[in-house]
Design a protein around this ligand. Sequence first.
Ligand code: HMG
Ligand code: MG
Length: 298
Amino acid sequence: DMPDEVTIWEVGPRDGLQNESEVVPPAVKLEFLNRLADAGLPVVETTSFVHPKWVPQLADAAEVLDGLSRVDGVRYPVLVPNERGLDRALASGVHDVAIFASATETFTRRNLNRGLDEQFAMFDPVVRRAVTEGLNVRGYVSMVFGDPWEGPVAVDQVVSVGKRLLDMGCGQLSLGDTIGVATPGHVETVIRAFVAAGVPLHRLAVHFHDTYGQALSNTCAALRLGVSTVDASAGGLGGCPYAGSATGNLATEDLVWMLDGLGIRHGVDLRALVDTSVWMAGQLGRPSPSAVVKALAR
Ligand code: HMG
Ligand code: MG
């Protein structure tokens, strides 16, 4: 059954910007974050405390959090790969963190400089300490639907990685189609496999990239099964610098348009969101790829 209400997990400032080669000034990031929160997005993933050499675009994470005027009721999660990242996040006063695992050996090496099994040893103390500190912890799984180097990824392997993150203490799992190769039937198979493994639907989120134009259809498949947290990026910004074939995320505007049509509550002001994406596209010097932004831009 479709949910009555969906939580949109906005990832534009993190997943969107991390792939931009030109460094965006902190003041522009802050305006972007503030406009997204003002548009009614309940969760705005803000930045990453990763190694600054790996993602130079987000090297200003502490400065951005320091300048943020937090809107009441809005959550501002950040990515942390390891204990050093968690230390930095705690020093910046965050309440929500996300670790990011991979379902495949090759991507774990390329993204985290570790093997598939070694990644858990890195995350375990992070999750443990974050939970003790009272933070909400999300666990991403990347390459859930396919890997650019390994090809197809076994559903069992995906479920096993996801279960390990939940057992570690992650409150929610976000299933990442990092390179956008998923199709709706595959989405259904993966979600059903998690449910069969005893994972309740409210602990699952979906994270689709739109490389092959399937992100919205895939989201609809997940909603039909009862998933109610959906990741999206304003204007469809995005990609992953360590996965060459990854392009932007599902555009938040496209998601909002579909949710409106389905009568599913989300709390976002579409007009304010489109204006924000048009403004951001101007900052980046490139139009938004979102069909809904194009249709509604004035
Ligand atoms: P490493 O080189 O193996 O790190 O990188 P290390 O633990 O060996 O440490 C080496 C040095 O780095 C040390 O300094 C550490 O202090 C420092 P030294 O002692 O040599 O002076 N260091 C750090 N400095 C600042 N912040 C830190 C940090 N950690 C270590 N957090 C590491 C391992 C995980 C750090 C690195 O691989 C990394 O930063 N990776 C991040 C890659 C990334 O951000 N990828 C994009 C996000 S994932 C994604 O986009 C997918 C997603 O959207 C879902 C989907 O679409 O599927 C989430
Ligand atoms: Mg992503």
